[in-house]
Design a binder for this molecule. Structure first.
Ligand SMILES: C[S@@+](CC[C@H](N)C(=O)[O-])C[C@H]1O[C@@H](n2cnc3c(N)ncnc32)[C@H](O)[C@@H]1O
Length: 231
């Protein structure tokens, strides 16, 4: 990984914002990911994220914290937060912004336990593929204190396969429709392609049941997105 995402966050943080990240997927064309959005404050967050922050309790792990926007908000409210991300640049920015416990770490290497584990901005993305969901959920479950909870958002992206006649063009023999190849570029450099997983709520709920987690739909968003609470 070249960490272009982290480089972009560092540029923005250090006052060198000249262009946005460009993303595309196996089923969608180039789209700008505005850097200011990655530094959003509470009022500019989607309602699902605001609701997740309102539901947090106790000690918190912010997984894939990015620039630390959610961590900062919660830290200012007095919560004990650990923020982790695999992007070195993101962690450097989170620290510069004032997140006290920010560390470069893959979620699979986390061993502490928490009252709330947060995965926001398509939290299921880091599972990458449907076949890996059980592994990640089992691990996330092992990080929960008694009565702990996992709050995560995702989307049912079936709508992206809808054609003009209201039919769907997805190949039913192919892998799960929420499994995408994800491409990112920044300042004309291309990141190593990644896998990124969107999970519809029912598939997430089924996967949770297989690993002994309860999965509750907390809230639906404005565009096929949702917030789930796992316990
Ligand atoms: C879509 S961004 C979301 C950033 C932030 N949560 C936000 O809402 O602005 C996903 C983040 O997850 C991080 N990430 C991806 N896989 C990860 C893993 N296995 N463990 C920890 N972080 C991961 C990426 O580096 C990236 O910063």
């Amino acid at each position: 990984m070249k960490d272009l995402f982290g480089n972009a966050l560092l540029d923005y943080q250090n006052g060198h914002y000249t262009e946005d990240i460009i993303t595309s997927t196996s089923i969608s064309d180039d789209d700008a990911l505005p850097l200011p959005y990655l530094f959003r404050d509470f009022k500019d967050m989607p309602k699902l994220e605001q609701q997740a922050l309102k539901l947090t309790k106790g000690s918190i792990l912010d997984v894939g914290c990015g620039s630390g926007s959610h961590s900062l908000f919660l830290q200012e409210k007095g919560f004990q937060i650990n923020a982790i991300d695999i992007s070195k640049g993101a962690i450097e920015v989170a620290k510069q912004r004032g997140v006290l416990n920010a560390e470069v770490k893959n979620i699979l290497d986390e061993t502490e336990t928490f009252d709330t584990v947060l995965l926001l901005m398509n939290g299921t993305g880091i599972f990458q593929e449907l076949t890996q969901v059980s592994k990640y959920l089992t691990h996330l479950k092992s990080l929960l204190n008694p009565n702990g909870q996992i709050l995560m958002d995702s989307s049912d992206i079936k709508y992206m396969y809808e054609d003009e006649d209201g039919g769907y063009w997805m190949d039913t023999n192919a892998s799960y429709y929420g499994e995408l190849d994800y491409f990112l570029s920044y300042k004309n450099e291309k990141e190593t392609p990644m896998k990124w997983l969107y999970l519809d709520f029912n598939t997430l709920k089924l996967a949770c049941e297989t690993v002994g987690l309860q999965c509750e739909l907390v809230m639906e968003g404005e565009h096929f997105d949702y917030l789930a609470r796992l316990s």
